[in-house]
Design a protein around this ligand. Structure first.
Ligand code: NIG
Ligand code: FE
Length: 439
């Protein structure tokens, strides 16, 4: 991969020698664009006002000011694209979803509006377990068909990398079914799907009152099967009063470690169970939700380099009132990512742009922090910081052109999609295909 240069400003004469008039080094070159590189050096949003970005293969080969290009655009690349003055950001990354599920929970929404709490519904056999019943009943193709429009909605807003968790199957057959559907979605659509095994999401009915026996199955059957088939990139668990204890969670993490899988955790969403400290001890990529996390745990996250994944959709939809401690994350230097948490019970959300707005209005993030949360920090939450999340030479050529006057508009507007073009692995995505569905 010819990595030509970062932001070259010097030695134009040497560069023009390197680029003879016929030497079209780059496959494509985008000019007349304003770059929000989202790298952490220098200007707000890593902005370059009159920028250019070059692609070789599926990688970014050059990023910088147009004035610093080593020659006339047509001499440098086989294809030159005029961005029409639009802003360009890295491709968006939704780093926490449960987007593959059967049925819906609209009835439960009505019950909650009449006063029932999420926890009461869960304890009465509704909640996650209700979605497990619908997901088990769904044939694999039906599950795929139900999930496809949700994924397409995210792609229309510039998502180029998407994490999908299992966790609504709760037995080997159905957990693997969900993970296979997740992989298929990534093969059929122009998006990279990262899968996470979440067998420890809830105790299934057949194990009612025997959570440890269920965790045995998770550790000795499900994780080995998912790992052997290459269906899981990481392992997650739900450490909570209505789910699993830290001790049970630790057994899941040990099984993940035995199979060489990274871990992450749904931690301190409804109460403080000290899951965060445990996750950090296991080198977790991220801890997610975190409304009830305490400051000592935030300090531990900073030391461990664990990303805080904030989920304002679930906060909003469950009418939670305790905000995650943003000031502690800032003070301790914990990276904050943002995601939809797309799921039928606590966050029926298929708009990552809406999460930018909610993160600002509900959690008081700045628009720049919010955008970093769905780019640079979301990549880190998936262990992909080296490969994507910023517009940097050598990283994947995943980027989005937006019809906006300034980057803060992405967080400012509500239910408006200013996406002009989405480019994944160097290739513009056919947005019309997302309307008609893949072949
Ligand atoms: O992230 N917290 C656990 N899991 C999901 C909720 C799943 C559901 O209610 O179906 C979440 O909020
Ligand atoms: Fe979740």
């Amino acid at each position: 991969m010819p990595v030509i240069s970062g932001r070259l400003r010097a030695t134009p004469s040497r560069l023009s020698r390197a680029f003879a008039m016929t030497d079209r080094r780059w496959d494509s070159l985008w000019i007349n664009i304003r770059l929000a590189t989202m790298d952490s050096t220098g200007a707000a949003y890593g902005a370059i006002d009159d920028g250019a970005l070059a692609v070789v293969g599926n990688r970014i080969a050059w990023v910088g000011a147009r004035a610093d290009l080593p020659g006339l655009p047509a001499t440098c690349a086989a294809h030159v694209h005029d961005g029409g003055g639009r802003w360009v950001t890295p491709g968006l990354i939704d780093c926490h979803t449960h987007i593959v599920y059967g049925g819906d929970r609209a009835k439960e929404f009505e019950l909650r509006l009449q006063g029932a709490s999420y926890e009461e519904i869960s304890r009465a056999g509704g909640g996650i377990v209700a979605t497990v019943t619908a997901t088990r009943l769904a044939a694999e193709q039906s599950l795929y068909d139900q999930s496809l429009p949700r994924v397409c909605a995210l792609l229309r807003e510039g998502v180029t990398t998407l994490e999908i968790k299992s966790g609504y199957g709760l037995n080997t057959e159905n957990e693997l079914k969900i993970l296979r559907v997740a992989r298929r979605l990534g093969q059929a659509l122009p998006v990279d799907v990262v899968t996470t095994f979440l067998g420890a999401h809830a105790v299934p009915i057949e194990f009612a009152g025997r959570p440890d026996a269920y965790i045995d199955t998770v550790c000795t059957e499900m994780i080995p099967a998912a790992a052997a088939l290459g269906l899981a990139d990481a392992v997650d668990a739900f450490c909570e009063r209505i789910a699993f204890t830290p001790e049970q969670t630790e057994r899941v993490f040990q099984a993940a470690r035995r199979h060489g899988l990274a871990v992450k955790l749904h931690a301190e969403q409804l109460s403080n169970r000290n899951g965060t400290a445990l996750a950090v001890r296991y080198g977790a990529l991220s801890c997610d939700h975190l409304e009830y996390v305490d400051e000592a745990d935030v300090g531990a996250m900073a030391e461990g380099g664990t990303v805080a994944v904030l989920l304002p959709g679930a906060f909003y939809f469950l009418r939670e009132t305790k905000r995650p401690p943003i000031d502690w994350f800032r003070r301790h230097g914990v990276a904050m990512a943002l995601a939809t948490d797309c799921n039928p019970g606590s966050s029926p959300v298929t708009s990552l742009l809406l999460m930018l707005n909610m993160a600002c209005t509900l959690f008081h993030l700045t628009p720049e922090e919010a955008l970093a949360g769905v780019t640079r920090h979301a990549a880190a939450a998936l262990g992909l910081a080296h490969d994507r999340g910023t517009l940097t030479v050598g990283k994947r050529a995943d980027f989005v052109l937006w019809s906006i006057g300034q980057p803060a508009e992405l967080a400012y507007r509500i239910a408006f999609n200013p996406l002009a073009r989405s480019v994944r692995a160097g290739h513009p995505i056919d947005l019309a295909m997302l309307e008609t569905g893949p072949r």
